[in-house]
Design a protein. Sequence first.
Length: 72
Amino acid sequence: MRDFAWLVKRHKKGILNYFRARVTNASVEGMNRKAKVVSQRAYGYGSVPTFQLALYHVLGDLPMPETTHKFL
């Protein structure tokens, strides 16, 4: 219980700011998570521009192109 009290005391300013402004960083955290997933999936990418293109594609919520092959 004492650890929780210290945690609240350390973060008191941020907690009170949330109740004043009702703004969170959830959207930034969500984009960061999507970027991490692309980074993990991008192990086989051979160049930085290809990785950047994959990030733009995922973060921009672009539709997937039609392909002739279906992958499971």
